[in-house]
Design a protein around this ligand. Structure first.
Ligand SMILES: Nc1ncnc2c1ncn2[C@@H]1O[C@H](COP(=O)(O)OP(=O)(O)O)[C@@H](O)[C@H]1O
Ligand SMILES: [Mg+2]
Length: 234
């Protein structure tokens, strides 16, 4: 089975597709619904977890596994293949280690304003692209946790507050900002994260991190059990 990857998403190779835990799904909408439901469970785990150091590779992998491990058997394990985005597979753990060390210093020394630290952390994490898939959602959520735990700052308004049409424009702006950051210009990403008053939101909610959706399916907020049953029974 093959799913066309949306723009700005990483295509999966056949090996990775083989890691799908549900054999009967045939459309990207079904896959999106399953992933969304899994992420919802992951966010619940996140909400009740005990506070601890998030800037270590065990947490980075555990977070990915919690978000995607119900759908993909390789969730939480680093990529072994080259992708069009991301460092070479053998560089992942070293690059990640450097990023986590930097992020620790940015928080300790208050090197940047919180949103800038969050934006830089997010960009470096998606640029490394540690996992076969789910890097965008994982790294948006990770940046929100970094902001919350290390800066006591509200999450970034990745997508929420925009309707679906506008979401697409927002996603375009997001991808363009990441490309600029790849080329060494962080400003568009800073503009993006400052865009609509992320700091104004009081309650800690990371769900906007997953609403940056190329597909309307994620909007429907499917129930995990329903999605699983559908997948099993075709
Ligand atoms: N040019 C780029 N530079 C850095 N990161 C990028 C670039 N283009 C896309 N990305 C990131 O990669 C993500 C897509 O990777 P993917 O693993 O498919 O994540 P997800 O499955 O969560 O969408 C995008 O959401 C974005 O965060
Ligand atoms: Mg993807």
């Amino acid at each position: 089975m093959r799913f066309a990857a949306p723009a700005g998403a990483t295509p999966l190779d056949p090996d990775e597709m083989g890691g799908l835990k549900f054999g009967h799904i045939t459309t990207r909408a079904e896959l999106d619904a399953l992933e969304h439901a899994n992420i919802t469970e992951g966010l619940r785990w996140l909400a009740r977890r005990r506070r601890g150091d998030i800037l270590n590779d065990a947490f980075i992998r555990t977070l990915h596994k919690r978000l995607f491990g119900g759908v993909w058997d390789w969730a939480g394990t680093y990529r072994r293949r080259e992708k069009n985005i991301g460092v070479a597979p053998y560089q992942i753990s070293m690059q990640l280690h450097m990023l986590l060390g930097d992020a620790h210093l940015w928080a300790k020394d208050r090197t940047f304003e919180p949103l800038e630290a969050g934006a830089r952390f997010h960009h470096r994490l998606v640029q490394i692209h540690p996992f076969p898939n789910g890097n965008g959602r994982h790294a948006r959520i990770a940046a929100d946790i970094y902001l919350s735990d290390h800066f006591d700052h509200a999450p970034i308004e990745w997508a929420s507050g925009f309707d679906l049409q506008a979401d697409n424009a927002r996603r375009e702006a997001y991808l363009a900002a990441l490309r600029a950051a790849d080329a060494g210009d962080i400003d568009p990403l800073l503009e993006f994260v400052a865009g609509n008053g992320g700091a104004a939101r009081q309650t800690f909610s990371v769900t906007s991190a997953i609403e940056m959706s190329p597909s309307p399916a994620r909007r429907t907020g499917p129930n995990y059990e329903t999605a699983k049953q559908k997948a099993h029974h075709g």
